[in-house]
Design a protein around this ligand. Sequence first.
Ligand code: 13P
Length: 267
Amino acid sequence: MSRAKPAAPRRPLIAGNWKMHRTASDTRTLIEDIVKRVDRVAYADIVVCPPFTSLPAAHETLGRHSIIALGAQTMHSAKEGAFTGEISGPMLREFGVRYVILGHSERRQFDHETDAKVAAKAIAAVHFHLRPIVCVGETLTQREAKETASIIETQVRSSLAGFPPDQLEELVIAYEPVWAIGTGKVATPKQANDVHQQIRKLLVSLFGPTGSAIRILYGGSVKPENAPDLMTQPDIDGALVGGASLDSQAFFDIIESARPARASDHD
Ligand code: 13P
């Protein structure tokens, strides 16, 4: 595969969002299958985000020094307290979690996760040494009404309000158009890259040159078949993969598509 963009300074990141799939015992099998395939991949950061109840099994199966990092799908912003059903940053850290998805559209839609909550969680995440993957994305109605740019700008600005500038290297953004999630309707590489470019400009205007080092992932029906065209876009730095991350071969094929042109597995 030829890669159109020049050697990017941003290291690719491929994250699997398992959503509400896989029990703890099924997790062991899936993690073992993924590890076998990605064992020698050195050109990308790889993250898997199983459900909370599967994190201990995933942590145990991966072992301490795995090249696969563990992520959670959400967290509460407080350290502890009377928040029934919630999980805090320190609780995640105890099971080796290093990343946390925040503001996923399913949580924005079903759990009233607002930009303000996402901002508080992102600040808490870095405080507890977790890397936030902050999700933004427009609905189909918003896209058709040509509101994509303004919706994305508001979500990025508000979800990053108060984010500590000295922690920017920990931050990851995921652009996930809601209409492309779980629908099989992927954004075209140009549609996705246009929004990534807009987000990149906004990050630079908010944070200065450091903003250009923040990785921006694309999510929404990423599959082995469409990943190569998405991953070669200049402003797409990786993928947040839902359904296809539950299939170890498909997940590996997507990781492969993020391989920079001249890099080998071993460098
Ligand atoms: P799908 O890849 O299943 O469309 O899900 C995308 C997603 O929501 C990842 O967070």
